[in-house]
Design a protein around this ligand. Structure first.
Ligand SMILES: [Zn+2]
Length: 229
């Protein structure tokens, strides 16, 4: 009885691995991973993105541009809080009762816009806000943080990218942020020239723990996605 009768074809013997070429052009210095030869586009599409430390080294049509189609950036900032308002966040002033707080800083101490600025700059691997706008420079004393965002946007555009979307979280025990979230989203959307549905924003308390929870500090985290023009 042959394997043909059983409906099973005899497979040719496996090819020797001696003809398997390493592809340093695809896999860079970590080129110990080898593709079977002849390689197919389908195989490369499956393996290449997971086998390179930087996908721009891969030989895929989507990835052949010197600039990636997307870039992401992360920003974080925090400020101490002091007695007396208003508290500026996202370019708007939050007025509070007599026991209100404000953020302490060299500029207007807008924690959300500082984190946003760093996220934008980080996405294009530019110098961060502290290097671009030193907090010991007189010109930055009391400065409107929208200036920092505008400078970051300009750099993003110069690099050939547009803003895709933003997501952010404010960490503050008080005052309550919920009534102000949409005003902040509108303000940020206006600064970035984006529709408001491109701006995600929420707030969390510190659950009474750490500096945020004790109302000693306020913080913000922002992530942005850029899209190549
Ligand atoms: Zn700051």
């Amino acid at each position: 009885m042959t394997t043909e009768v059983l409906g099973v074809r005899n497979h040719p013997p496996a090819k020797s691995h001696t003809n398997v070429a390493k592809r340093p052009d695809i896999f860079g210095d970590a080129g110990s991973f080898a593709l079977p030869q002849p390689s197919t586009r389908a195989i490369r599409r499956v393996f290449a993105p997971f086998s390179t430390s930087c996908y721009r080294n891969a030989e895929l049509p989507l990835m052949s541009s010197p600039s990636p189609p997307f870039r992401i950036g992360l920003g974080y900032d925090s400020h101490r809080l002091g007695p007396g308002g208003p508290l500026r966040i996202g370019g708007i002033d939050i007025e509070q009762a007599s026991d209100g707080v404000h953020a302490i800083g060299h500029s207007d101490a807008d924690v959300l816009l500082h984190a946003l600025t760093d996220a934008l700059l980080g996405a294009i691997a530019a110098a961060d806000i502290g290097r671009l706008f030193p907090d010991d420079a007189e010109v930055n004393r009391g400065r409107d943080s929208r200036d920092f965002v505008a400078a970051a946007i300009e750099k993003v555009h110069e690099t050939g990218y547009a803003i895709g979307n933003v997501d952010a979280v404010i960490l503050a025990q008080r005052p309550k942020m919920a009534p102000h979230i949409d005003d902040m989203r509108n303000a940020v959307a206006s600064m970035l020239g984006c529709p408001i549905d491109s701006i995600g924003l929420k707030a969390k308390t510190g659950e009474g723990v750490d500096a945020v929870g004790r109302s000693e500090a306020i913080a913000a985290r922002v992530i942005v996605m850029l899209i190549r023009n």
